[in-house]
Structure formats: C-alpha cells, structure tokens
Write a protein that binds this ligand. Structure first.
Ligand code: 4NP
Length: 153
C-alpha cells in the first residue's frame, strides 16, 4: 500500500484538486491519497466552490473532502508528500524530525519540470481561470506520478 499526501496552505483550493485528480488515476485498492494544509484557517471546511466547480467540469467529485492541517504524524502515515510551492515546502520541512522525513517531501511540479522547484500558484484570490490553470498543471503532474507508481508496483 503506497500512501500519498498532497499539501498546500489552506487545503481548500490546490491540494483537494491534487487529491481528487491523483485518486482518479490510481487503481483501488493499493493506494491511499489524502491532502492537508500547512495552515489551520479552513479545518473542517469543504473545498473552495471554484475547486469543486472545476473538478466537476472534468468529471471529479471532491465534495467528500474536508480541510485538515498537516501534522508531524503525517510523516509516519505517508510515504510521499507533495507540496505545491516553496512556502509549503518550508512549512512542512520545519516539522521534519530527521532526514527520512525530509526525503519524503517533493515539489509536485518537479514531476514534469525536474529539479526546477516551480510553484503551483495559489488561485485563491483570483478568478476561475486560475483554478482552470491549477487543474491543468496538477493533472499533468499527477499523470506522471500515477505512471511511476503503477510501474513500481
Ligand atoms: P490553497 O489556497 O492553499 O490552495 O488551499 C488558499 C486558500 C485559503 C487561504 C490561503 C490559500 N487562506 O489564507 O484562507
């Protein structure tokens, strides 16, 4: 069983989309995909309406998800932790207890642009087009992740 965690700041815009997209590309059972935010502003909340809308447009229902905050226990519960941007990376790494924890954390866009540490921009304060862009970037990255994970099985 491989366990993958998607992390952003609020856990309402980017990481819920990443969770929904990756889940849809992986066979069940065999993989657990979850998401969390480094902040606590949206604990218990549904994903942002615009993330729900874009997911629905592409055939995914993410309304079962609720916001939660990343905790140090996530290093024990997950094998791979994908962050959206540098600020997420720093906030997650701050909680790492050892090198094993650090080694689980990856920039999600490095899957398609290796070693570039590019960010998935936060679409929260913009319009729906930002969510469309977010979806496309995450869809590409998740296709790569799913391909690798399925080949390693
Ligand atoms: P996310 O976007 O990190 O992609 O979920 C955000 C959502 C809410 C906030 C920040 C980022 N916020 O500050 O409330």
């Amino acid at each position: 069983m491989t366990k993958i965690l998607m992390v952003c700041l609020g856990n309402i815009c980017r990481s819920p989309l990443a969770e929904g997209i990756l889940k849809s590309k992986l066979p069940q059972p065999g993989f657990i995909v979850d998401s969390a935010g480094t902040g606590n502003y949206h604990v218990g909340d549904l994903p942002d309406k615009r993330s729900i809308q874009i997911a629905k447009k592409y055939g995914l229902d993410i309304t079962n998800q609720r916001g939660r905050q990343f905790t140090v226990l996530d290093f024990d519960n997950f094998d791979l932790i994908y962050v959206m941007d540098e600020s997420n990376y720093k906030n997650v790494i701050k909680l790492a207890r050892n090198q094993d924890d650090v080694d689980k954390v990856y920039f999600i866009l490095n899957e398609i642009y290796p070693e570039q540490n590019h960010s998935v921009p936060d679409p929260y304060t913009g319009g729906i087009q930002g969510f469309e862009n977010t979806f496309k970037m995450l869809d590409e990255a998740c296709s790569e992740i799913a391909l690798k994970l399925k080949n390693n099985k």
